[in-house]
Design a protein around this ligand. Structure first.
Ligand code: CAA
Length: 369
């Protein structure tokens, strides 16, 4: 029922704008309005904070169905989960009440600030500093590749509170867009997800009350990693949605396209490609849903499964979108058809929330028992 509802909404209110959002590189306001009206911008937020209390699998289905028509728009619910998960996992009750409630109501969005210009895969080498000053913390530094930067009202910022302790000297904070000293870089010019703003976040002596720390001092890196265990599942969902959109489009196209006197779908070479695409997609979906169940239960082996789902589904999405272009031939290579956009959008799912090389490091360190 949930899938049907989101699919209907996505096809009616988000799909018609997807090509223009990509072409113009503009924010998908229509998608945000439609998701807000349907209470779908942050379905994962628990009911006690005014949310829908959707479980991890339901959240995956929402993201999947939005990504099927517009990957940029799927980052609205996905990044709200990424930004709020540190609070949900480790925040005080008071912080959760204060910051989750407006996100659940669709009044605010939340971004996640871990990466820096010199700290990507090696996240623990970050340099952003937080220094205690009485009842305040003062933050200084630059965060990079921040999805929805400038649009989000709230930011989870990881910063170094004790430089001698590497990952154990990192703490997490809530920073507000309106805090003095917060500003944003120019939007990045990207290959895909062009409707999703990616900007640097500059923190210039940002003074925030001490109660904005999430969890205890020194636990920020562990919270950031535990967050990614859950949210890599949502990137897998995004990859599944993009791949499903490309497969659906290609399947329809080969039934209509005629060469040598018949629909090209009747040629075995085409049928084998579609069979492989559907097979890989269903394997990726099964792994992603298993990871979602583990995320919901908080199973010990989520670290492996979150990384595996994100890595596998994103690799499969890349293969399927490339094959979809091949099935459309020259038409697939043009912007008159949506599959080249889907291929460009799929590429980022192999990179963000940890490159697929990092996912393999994570998997190897956490092999299933
Ligand atoms: N859960 C809880 N705690 C964890 C954890 C997890 N999954 N993984 C690590 N930790 C904690 C542990 O306490 C660990 O300490 P112990 O030695 O006591 O176990 C501590 O963190 C340090 O862990 P590591 O020694 O494994 O740290 P590392 O420096 O070797 O780094 C890494 C590991 C996996 C490479 C990590 O740096 C990483 O995941 N890098 C990729 C970062 C990433 O995904 N960035 C994406 C940013 S989000 C994004 O893309 C933005 C967007 O807008 C979409």
């Amino acid at each position: 029922m949930l899938r049907d509802t989101v699919r209907g909404l996505a096809e009616a209110k988000i799909a018609p704008f997807a090509a223009d959002v990509d072409e113009a590189g503009r924010f998908p306001q229509e998608a945000l309005d439609a998701l807000r009206a349907a209470d779908l911008t942050a379905v994962h937020i628990p009911e006690e904070y005014g949310g829908a209390g959707a479980d991890a699998l339901a959240t995956v289905i929402v993201i999947e169905e939005v990504a099927r028509v517009c990957a940029s728009s799927s980052l609205l619910p996905a990044v709200n989960k990424l930004g709020t998960m540190p609070l949900i996992l480790s925040g005080s009750e008071e912080l959760k009440q204060r910051y989750l409630t407006p996100v659940a109501a669709g009044e605010a969005m939340f971004s996640y600030c871990l990466s820096e210009p010199e700290a990507g895969s090696d996240a623990a080498s970050m340099r952003t500093r937080a220094v205690r000053d009485g009842d305040f913390w003062v933050l200084d530094g630059v965060k990079r590749w921040i999805t929805n930067a400038g649009v989000s009202e709230y930011y989870t910022v990881m910063a170094v509170t004790d430089p001698d302790k590497r990952s154990k000297g990192i703490s997490a904070f809530v920073v507000e867009k309106s805090d003095e000293g917060v500003s944003f870089g120019a939007p990045e010019k990207k290959l895909g997800i062009k409707g999703s703003p990616t900007r640097e976040v500059y923190l210039d002596r940002v003074r925030i009350p001490a109660d904005r720390m999430i969890g205890a001092e020194g636990t920020g890196f562990a919270t950031a990693m535990a967050t990614l265990d859950h949210t890599r599942v949502t990137i897998a969902a995004q990859a599944l949605g993009i791949a499903q959109g490309a497969l659906d489009y290609a399947k329809q196209y080969v039934q209509e396209r005629k060469q040598f006197g018949k629909a090209i779908a009747e040629f075995q070479g085409i049928q084998f490609m579609l069979a492989d695409m559907a097979m890989k997609l269903e394997a990726a979906r099964a792994l992603t849903y298993q990871a979602a169940a583990k995320s919901e239960r908080g199973d010990d082996d989520l670290t492996f499964f979150g990384a595996a789902a994100k890595c596998y589904a994103s690799d499969v999405a890349m293969e399927i979108t490339v094959d979809a272009i091949q099935l459309l031939g020259g038409y697939g290579y043009t912007r008159d058809y949506p599959v080249e956009r889907m291929m460009r959008d799929a590429k980022i799912t192999q990179i963000y929330e940890g490159t697929n090389q990092v996912q393999r490091i994570v998997m190897a360190r956490n092999l299933p028992k």
